[in-house]
Design a protein around this ligand. Structure first.
Ligand SMILES: CC(C)(COP(=O)(O)OP(=O)(O)OC[C@H]1O[C@@H](n2cnc3c(N)ncnc32)[C@H](O)[C@@H]1OP(=O)(O)O)[C@@H](O)C(=O)NCCC(=O)NCCS
Length: 169
C-alpha cells in the first residue's frame, strides 16, 4: 500500500478505469459513461488508486445535498487483498464528508462477500433488498451508513467544476 497513490480521477483516466470496469463487472459501464461522469455530471466524484503510473482501482460516488450514493468500486484482480479497496472507500467517504455528505448508500450483490465485508467494516448496515436487481436476477442489498469521518476543516477542491453552468439552470 505504501507505493499506492489515491487521487482524484480525471477525464484522462477514463479509459484505464473503464478497462478495470469491463474486466470486473458482467454488465459494465461504457467508456462514454465514465467520460460523462468526468465531463458532464456535477454530482459525480471519483478517486483512483495508482501504482507505478498504472491505475489499479477506482471508486465513485454521486452526491446530492447531504446524501452520497456509491456507484462503483473495483480493484484489479492482481492487486486485491492488500488494503486498496478499503483505502479507496475510506478516502471516498472522507471526500464526501468534506463536501457535506451526512450519509452514504449503495447496492451490493447479496452474494458478494468481499464487498459486503468491506462495507460492514466501514459501518454500513443492510437496510433493504432490491429483488432481482442485477442482470442475472441476483438480489441487491441496500446498505447505508451515517458513520461519516469528521470533515477536514482545511479541505478545498482542486477545482470547482460546473459553476459556469449554474446560469443555465
Ligand atoms: C470489493 C473489492 C473492491 C475489495 O478490494 P480489495 O482491495 O481486495 O479489499 P481490501 O484488501 O482493502 O480488503 C478490505 C476488506 O474487504 C473484505 N475482503 C476483501 N477481500 C475479501 C475476500 N476475498 N473474502 C472476504 N472478505 C474480503 C475484508 O473485510 C477486508 O478487510 P480485512 O482485510 O481487514 O479482512 C474487490 O474485491 C473488488 O474489486 N471486487 C470486484 C468488484 C466489486 O465487487 N465491487 C463492489 C461492488 S458493490
Amino acid at each position: 500500500m505504501n507505493d499506492v497513490l489515491i487521487r482524484r480521477m480525471t477525464a484522462e483516466d477514463a479509459e484505464a478505469v473503464w478497462r478495470i470496469e469491463t474486466a470486473t463487472f458482467p454488465t459494465p459501464w461504457s467508456l462514454r459513461d465514465f467520460e460523462h461522469e468526468m465531463n458532464d455530471n456535477p454530482c459525480a466524484r471519483y478517486l483512483v488508486a495508482e501504482k507505478d503510473g498504472q491505475i489499479i482501482g477506482f471508486a465513485g460516488i454521486h452526491i446530492i445535498l447531504d446524501e452520497g450514493h456509491i456507484t462503483n468500486i473495483a480493484v484489479t484482480r492482481e492487486e486485491r487483498g492488500q488494503g486498496i479497496g478499503r483505502a479507496l472507500t475510506a478516502a471516498l467517504m472522507q471526500y464526501a464528508a468534506n463536501l457535506g455528505v451526512q450519509y452514504v448508500t449503495l447496492e451490493v450483490r447479496e452474494n458478494n462477500e468481499p464487498a459486503k465485508n468491506l462495507y460492514r467494516s466501514l459501518g454500513f448496515l443492510k437496510v433493504g433488498v432490491r429483488k432481482k436487481y442485477y442482470e442475472n436476477q441476483t438480489d441487491a442489498f441496500i446498505m447505508v451508513t451515517d458513520k461519516m469521518p469528521p470533515p477536514d476543516p482545511d479541505f478545498t477542491e482542486a477545482e470547482t467544476v460546473f459553476e459556469e453552468d449554474q446560469n443555465n439552470i
